[in-house]
Write a protein that binds this ligand. Structure first.
Ligand code: ZN
Length: 298
């Protein structure tokens, strides 16, 4: 949603609450009168309004508000402030900048942004890829991580200070990344088995860790990192440039946050995955749809 359109909905708390109401009870910005509030407990759509702005379910008598049991409930923000927080998150302001713009304390804005990231992580549905895919692993973390003095033949795959991430990318499509314990052959194979349908064609680099793929029912093509750019193959298909592109995309995004703790790292990684996979869509609309969902029991 463009800033211009956003302005129309963000005029006041009333217009902002109407937007959240429509997303929550009608799944988007449908026209017409406000949809009837649906009870989050029994899903009966015949709640009636109370004087304090909340509703009571006509069937089970449960009392609920606009945020009840959704992600929005995690922060005590007005509807208008929530819309702005989501908009500035969409525009990729870091929490500190967004807090300044909205006059919110750093803990408050950080809590709101973390809520959005947790919602994205919870909404990330694992998919089973079945087309041609690229598989690759990469390390995230401080730039000047200490180089391991181990076996030079392991090609820099032993970097204990960085976080190993495994990724699968569908050609011209979505990417799915996972933080893995290590980049051993077992880990990579386990992740491939989990994410890619057997029989699919998997492109990887030349690392031996991927050798077992053919024994597990995959068609497997290796890419020579050194020659990839200078000598394209006859078909022009043997490369893992798509995934390499995602790694630099994600690392660029993470750099803005000036060091993310390992504990929080998955949240930022999945945010990058979300932004990449939906890069041609209206992120504001998607974020709202996700945030008005019930928080899953963990
Ligand atoms: Zn009910």
């Amino acid at each position: 949603m463009s800033i211009r359109n956003f302005q129309r909905f963000a005029r006041s708390d009333t217009t902002a609450a109407a937007v959240l109401h429509r997303y929550r009870f009608a799944g988007g910005l449908a026209r017409g009168p406000l949809p009837v509030a649906r009870c989050p407990r029994c899903a009966t759509p015949n709640a009636y309004g109370l004087a304090d702005g909340r509703w009571r379910c006509g069937a089970c008598r449960y009392t609920f508000g606009l945020y009840t049991e959704t992600w929005l409930e995690a922060c005590r923000l007005s509807p208008l402030t929530w819309l702005w927080v989501i908009k500035l998150f969409e525009l990729e302001l870091v929490a500190q900048q967004a807090g300044v713009q909205l006059g919110l304390s750093y803990p408050t804005i950080l809590r709101a942004f973390t809520t959005i990231r947790r919602a994205l992580l919870a909404a990330a549905e694992p998919t089973l890829f079945h087309a041609d895919v690229e598989a690759d692993e990469s390390y995230f973390g401080p730039r000047r991580a200490r180089r391991s003095r181990g076996d030079p033949k392991n090609g820099g795959r032993s970097t204990p200070h960085k976080i190993p991430v495994f990724g699968i990318l569908e050609r011209h499509g979505r990417v799915q990344v996972t933080v893995v314990r290590d980049c051993s052959a077992e880990s990579l194979l386990r992740e491939t088995l989990r994410t890619v349908k057997r029989g699919s064609l998997v492109y990887t680099d030349r690392w031996g860790g991927y050798d077992t793929l053919t024994f597990c029912g995959y068609r497997h093509l290796r890419v020579d990192h050194g020659k990839r750019f200078s000598r394209p193959s006859a078909t022009g298909k043997v490369h893992i440039n798509g995934l390499e592109g995602f790694w630099s995309y994600a690392k660029g995004k993470l750099l803005k946050h000036h060091g993310v703790s390992p504990r929080r790292f998955p949240l930022y990684l999945y945010e990058a995955q979300f932004r990449y996979n939906h890069r041609h869509e209206d992120l504001f609309d998607l974020l709202l749809k996700i945030l008005v969902q019930p928080v899953p029991d963990l």
